[in-house]
Design a protein around this ligand. Structure first.
Ligand code: NCD
Length: 360
């Protein structure tokens, strides 16, 4: 299915040259923000946040205000018609007639893609469950470009909740498109990276390895991407408690690391980075959040200027097949076409959440 609007659901829907252009514009805006202060005059952005957020929501809002635009939206669906049982389709249809651009965060995988199917303006995915978070990745790319001077030939360690961390999934998918990058995946067996992301790394030819302790790999890293254990995505509190506090970055452990390491974290931090680490010049997570505002300014300008169409569904509805992921948007919004991509002879991949199922 083709939409007549440009959407940002997954960065990999656009070529690497496009990401580079957005990042380059973000850097220009950072260096000269006043030049862009009227770029979105008379434009309205709607932020529909069905899930809590501080940085992503506020940096999008500040980005639009700094571009001279205006805002509508909600950050608590209980205060909107969603609480009366309105479908995602109807909410999107209405709001996209009021606004020029729509930014959506949702606790269900594939929600932004589902919203884009019925939207009458561009939709930006600001995080869909544990699935994807493309604008955090643009933030990470701008941070790496400005702080490491390059996006290639980096050894990147990603530590923590790799199964539920949508920022990790989007970042790996993006960084595997630049040459010479190596990935070290640091997690417990329970929190390992989903296999569909590992398959993308394998297909890209970027080497990666999985380890269980931070100390064993810290000396080789150029970038350490810490993440919190995502309490809200666990089936039970016991399962969360069993994982909590497994990885804590301390000033003592940092003695093992390179002097030019940079430490990133999408934030919020719980306790996976000791507060004393904030004083270390290698701690870059607060600057990273600021880069996020500049790159979102660049993204809004780009999306509002883009005169293009987006291919939203490439696959097909397969008779009798439905997604088995209970947290897929096709389970809660039953009108959606259950579209799948065929993988090899025996597998189907849900186009909304990337969950795979075996064909009988
Ligand atoms: C992350 C998110 O919401 O996915 N934060 C963010 O967007 N800056 C990470 C998290 O919630 O742990």
């Amino acid at each position: 299915m083709i939409s007549s609007y440009p959407h940002l659901i997954d960065l990999n829907d656009y070529p690497v040259s496009w990401w580079n252009d957005v990042v380059e514009l973000g850097e220009k805006i950072k260096n000269n923000p006043e030049i862009y202060s009227g770029a979105c005059h008379n434009k309205i952005m709607a932020t529909l946040f069905y899930e809590p957020s501080t940085r992503t929501q506020m940096s999008f809002q500040t980005a639009m205000l700094r571009l001279g635009g205006r805002l509508i939206g909600f950050d608590n669906p209980a205060n909107s018609s969603v609480s009366k049982g309105e479908t995602l389709k109807d909410t999107t249809k209405i709001v996209s007639n009021y606004a020029d651009i729509l930014v959506m965060r949702h606790p269900v995988a594939g929600a932004a893609k589902a919203a884009a199917l019925s939207a009458d303006c561009p939709v930006i995915n600001a995080g869909d469950s544990g699935h994807l978070h493309p604008t955090q990745t643009l933030t990470d790319l701008l941070t790496l470009k400005c702080e490491k001077g390059r996006l290639d030939n980096l050894t990147i360690g990603l530590c923590g909740d790799l199964i539920n961390g949508r920022t990790v999934h989007s970042l790996l998918k993006a960084m595997s498109c630049y040459s010479g990058n190596k990935f070290i995946l640091i997690s417990t067996p329970e929190l390992k990276l989903p296999s569909y992301v590992k398959d993308i790394l394998t297909a890209s030819g970027c080497p990666f390895k999985e380890v269980s302790t931070l100390e064993e790999v810290l000396p080789e890293l150029d970038v350490l991407y810490m993440t919190r254990i995502q309490q809200e995505r666990f089936a039970s509190r016991e399962e969360y408690l069993a994982q909590k506090d497994t990885y804590i970055l301390t000033t003592k452990k940092l003695k093992l690391a390179k002097p030019d390491l940079i430490i990133l974290h999408p934030l919020p931090r719980v306790d996976e980075i000791e507060i004393a680490v904030d004083e270390d010049p290698r701690a870059m997570y607060f600057n990273q959040a600021k880069y996020g505002m500049y790159v979102r300014m660049a993204l809004i300008i780009t999306m509002l200027d883009l005169d293009s169409k987006t291919t939203l569904l490439r696959g097909k509805v397969v008779k009798g097949a439905s997604c088995k992921n209970p947290n897929c948007i096709t389970c809660s919004e039953s009108y959606l076409p259950k579209s799948f991509i065929t993988i090899g002879e025996t597998m189907l991949e849900c186009e909304y959440c990337n969950e795979r199922l075996l064909l009988r």
